[in-house]
Design a protein around this ligand. Structure first.
Ligand code: SAM
Length: 914
């Protein structure tokens, strides 16, 4: 999140920063030595130039994130490529099977991989070398004039980098196999050290890379930075919890939270609201969460610092009682807030250029407001995690300290002992002291021991500019003038404060006469509060890149005190009773904040100056709903508040004829929750898709206008209408079960309706995408009892379990655990209702090769040689709108593209209209 500041540019070797006389860091090059022992000076020089920001170094050395003896190691790690890390998604039944596949198939394949030493030089360099040799041998012209010593790229393998070692005896370069992250539960997370640019030099690693890409696309693997996997783990989620992910997009942590809620199933009774303020990113979130579907999920689009209070309806309990609404409070909240991201410098190289201390200071008020809102929404006894991918204490400890001080004693930081919590994860303690700097136009850091010093500095700069006849608009702003005056008045008569002020004033007056954009005036909550030592900030976790070759990260686990047990349950009273002060919005959450200015300052995002003298005020809560309504009525707002155009949610009548037809056709038991099925239109008619939620999501939708809470999606799609083009086709049920809905429907299905197949049947279904039911041998003459059995089955959707087993085919193959899939019986053929990519990956996993294209290849070959082989027009006719009937792929284009939410003619038509 760079801000394009000018700091640091051209300042290598600049002089000592001004500091008001103490704690002066240097922005010079004293610590820029690169200690990486690569033996490749060209690469090191190149990286030194690219990876340098004296202000960054000076600032963090002054913060004492680590002992100075570690600094070079820290900086060396920042300059290296980040290893690839990924995790096998946890709650799918086959997560273990995929993990075993990595362990048993790929790991042996990737162990002992070596490549030739020739790769030490990349092709560019080899060509250059050739030209140098030629030039030197053939003419007297110096090589430099032939262009042979022109700039070369840096695509070179460097022994000594993580994952790469040179065996000097054999002259071969060994590549390290992937390794499991020792601290990740179930060992489902992996790290691959070999850099991406080297992977393509090894056939074995290329194969593994393809596996990773494929499995990631279909959602079995999530590529995620190792440190980013930590916050959801520390939330300690149980399947009944009500959870909120405040800044959720693109959703890697949401997926982890969802997995924890849906441990081994999709039928959680809990709730996860995944929220983000950016509408586009929210749509990414919807896509991402589609890979981990759940009846307990809702995606919303709100500014997290003003996220509306969601209401729930409490049913009447007695005859005289009436249903009433209550504010929804959360058991678990993740506030993975927007941050400068300087912990991600290893992959976001721009941050080297754009980093300034002002970036962190500017985000601090928004981060604080988000954390405060999270505290308001946390249940008594609930747990939340605050996290950033920044090293900066102004975005981490300063935010947490200010938030804790708003309601002393109500929240506490929970220690995470290294031997008990994620053992094996190296972590550092949170900071209990830090320093605040601004940066002047010359890139110099200016230390401000206190806010009064800072005010003096601002006044000094203003005075100097005035003397030069310059009056900046900033200094004339009413609130700035007012703050400066108030500060001047406050220091008069207070000898100590006056000294501080004067010291700052002197620094301002002596300086360049400029203050950079974002650093103009800083929020009071940036400075460590007086009670900093008693807040438990050391219990926060800091992850440093050189400890275990990761990005940088900060995580802090905070719990709210349980409700007092005597005198009744105060928190419940507040949370449940709409008549409590403030109505449903008064959820018993902390209201007083000595951070009013911080909270307000973030509204005008350009000026970080925010604080008024300590005054207790309530944070904004109530206006949000009204505002969203205004937006809804058409007034477009600036920034994140867009007109909300999503389809409504409408729960269908339990006796809806379409729903009843699904229930009858699939033999769903009487406990199937008909009343929890909904459509996305305003009429309640089941036109195209039927979705299902759990009770709490239904309650949420009924208790809040969906546009007020800006609800984009909820629950799982469980039935999709599948009309056929062929009018003569006689379908008993026009609905099919999409793959994502199957786990939610399966528990209710009549066992006699479920078909059974073998791994050989699966092979037929994969290798011949549309095998003919009349062709019991399949296109490869592979035996399949399934095809014969299917002759007598009704047209339409079926569910089949392929049982674990070993293949009898020539190339072998094995299915480790049973696999349940939806299947479509067309007039003459069958097809699995999963998309092409998923078929390929399943094929690779089961048979060690992608057999899915074989049928198409055979047909293509047959067409070329005029051999008569069956073309499958009926699958096309029968099922979907499409044009490519010749190779039977229209089915893919229709049903399956729709599965993925892609825009096809058919999918477009599927968009429901009210
Ligand atoms: C660090 S990223 C979150 C990453 C995410 N938790 C994950 O693991 O994939 C921060 C997110 O905050 C969002 N954001 C920024 N300002 C916000 C605000 N005021 N309210 C809610 N979300 C915000 C951004 O759109 C961005 O998606």
């Amino acid at each position: 999140m760079g801000r394009g500041g000018k700091s640091g540019r051209g300042k290598r070797g600049s002089s000592t920063a001004r500091s008001g006389g103490r704690d002066a860091p240097t922005t010079g090059t004293g610590n820029t030595t690169n200690t990486r022992q690569t033996g490749n000076r060209d690469l090191d020089n190149w990286k030194d130039i690219k990876y340098s920001n004296p202000a960054f170094e000076a600032y963090y050395q002054a913060q004492e994130l680590m002992g100075m003896e570690e600094w070079d190691e820290f900086k060396g790690a920042l300059k290296r490529d980040l290893p690839t890390t990924f995790r096998v998604t946890g709650s799918r039944a086959h997560a273990e099977a995929i993990n075993d596949e990595i362990k048993e198939h790929y790991l042996p394949m990737l162990s002992n991989v070596t490549i030739s030493r020739d790769f030490l030089m990349n092709p560019n360099m080899q060509r250059m070398q050739q030209r140098v040799d030629e030039a030197n041998s053939q003419s007297a012209t110096p090589a430099s004039e032939t262009g042979a010593d022109a700039d070369v790229d840096t695509d070179v393998i460097v022994p000594g980098e993580a994952g790469i070692t040179l065996d000097s005896d054999t002259g071969m370069i060994a590549l390290a196999p992937p390794k499991q992250l020792p601290w990740f539960p179930g060992h489902l997370a992996w790290q691959l050290d070999v850099p991406k640019r080297v992977i393509r030099k090894s056939p074995e690693f290329k194969v593994f890379q393809r596996f990773l890409v494929g499995e990631t696309e279909i959602g079995n693997i999530s590529r995620q930075e190792a440190v980013s996997m930590i916050p959801p783990l520390l939330l300690d989620i149980e399947s009944h919890h009500v959870c909120l992910d405040m800044c959720a997009a693109p959703g890697s942590k949401t997926a982890q939270m969802m997995e924890a809620l849906n441990h081994h199933s999709t039928v959680t009774t809990g709730l996860l609201i995944a929220n983000d303020s950016d509408l586009k990113r929210c749509h990414m979130l919807v896509h991402q969460t589609g890979r981990m579907p759940s009846v307990g999920l809702g995606v919303t689009n709100n500014d997290a610092s003003r996220i509306p209070t969601f209401k729930l309806t409490v049913p009447a309990t007695g005859t005289s009682d009436k249903p009433r609404t209550t504010a929804l409070m959360f058991d678990r909240i993740l506030a993975d807030v927007p941050c400068t991201g300087d912990g991600t410098m290893r992959k976001n190289l721009d941050i080297w250029k754009t980093w300034t201390p002002g970036n962190g200071a500017a985000l601090h008020p928004l981060q604080l407001r988000i954390l405060l809102r999270a505290m308001q929404l946390l249940k008594p006894g609930g747990r939340m995690v605050y996290s950033t991918c920044s090293f900066n204490p102004t975005e981490n400890e300063a935010v947490v300290a200010a938030a804790l001080n708003t309601e002393p004693g109500m929240f506490k930081i929970v220690p995470q002992p290294a031997d008990k919590v994620l053992p094996g994860l190296k972590r550092r303690s949170g900071l209990t002291k830090w320093k605040i700097y601004s940066q002047d136009e010359q890139g110099e850091l200016v230390f401000h021991p206190s806010r009064i010093h800072h005010f003096g500095y601002v006044a000094g700069v203003r005075e100097k500019r005035k003397q030069r006849g310059i009056e900046d608009a900033f200094f004339l702003q009413d609130d700035v003038v007012e703050e400066l005056r108030a500060c001047q008045a406050a220091v008069e008569g207070d000898v100590e404060k006056k000294k501080e002020y004067d010291a700052g004033y002197a620094v301002g007056l002596a300086g360049s006469g400029k203050i950079t954009g974002r650093d103009k005036v800083l929020a009071e909550t940036l400075w460590a509060p007086e009670n900093v030592a008693s807040l438990g900030l050391e219990h926060g976790l800091r992850l440093l890149p050189h400890d275990q070759d990761t990005g940088g990260f900060y995580v802090c686990v905070i719990e709210r005190a349980a409700a007092p047990s005597s005198g009744g349950d105060e928190s419940k009273k507040r949370a449940v009773s709409p008549s409590a002060p403030g109505g449903p919005e008064d959820n018993g959450a902390p209201k007083k904040a000595k951070v009013e200015a911080a909270a307000q300052g973030a509204v005008s995002s350009d000026v970080a100056f925010v604080e008024k003298p300590a005054v207790a005020v309530a944070l904004p809560v109530a206006p949000v709903v009204a505002e969203t309504k205004t937006v809804q009525q058409g007034k477009k707002k600036k920034g994140t508040e867009h007109i909300f155009k999503e389809d409504p949610f409408f729960y269908v009548q339990p006796n809806d004829p379409e729903l009843v037809s699904c229930i009858e056709y699939f033999g769903l038991s009487s406990d199937f929750p008909q009343d929890r099925c909904f459509v996305r239109n305003g009429t309640g008619a089941a036109n195209r898709n039927l979705y299902m939620s759990n009770d709490i999501v239904k309650n949420l939708i009924h208790s809040n206008p969906y546009h007020s809470i800006r609800l984009l999606s909820a629950g799982i799609r469980v039935f999709v209408r599948q009309d056929t083009q062929n009018r003569n086709t006689n379908l008993h049920c026009k609905w099919r079960i999409p793959l994502e809905g199957l786990p939610s429907i399966l528990p209710y299905m009549d066992q006699s309706k479920i078909l059974h197949g073998t791994i050989d049947d699966l092979e037929v279904m994969l290798s011949d995408m549309y095998p003919l039911v009349s062709d019991s041998g399949g296109i490869h003459n592979q035996t399949s009892g399934l095809l014969a059995e299917m002759k007598d089955k009704s047209l339409g959707c079926h569910v089949i379990v392929f049982h674990a087993g070993t293949s009898t085919r020539h190339g072998g193959g094995s299915l480790r655990i049973p696999l349940t899939l939806p299947l479509w019986r067309a007039k003459d053929s069958l097809s699995l209702l999963i998309d092409k990519k998923e078929k390929s990956m399943l094929s690779l996993r089961t048979f060690g090769e992608d057999i899915t294209s074989k049928a198409a290849d055979i047909r293509r070959l047959a067409a070329e040689t005029s051999t008569e082989l069956p073309v499958k027009p009926e699958a096309t006719e029968d099922i979907v709108v499409g044009t490519d009937s010749t190779i039977g792929l229209a089915e893919e284009a229709g049903i399956v593209a729709e599965e993925r939410g892609e825009k096809t003619v058919d999918a477009e038509a599927a968009k429901e209209e009210a």
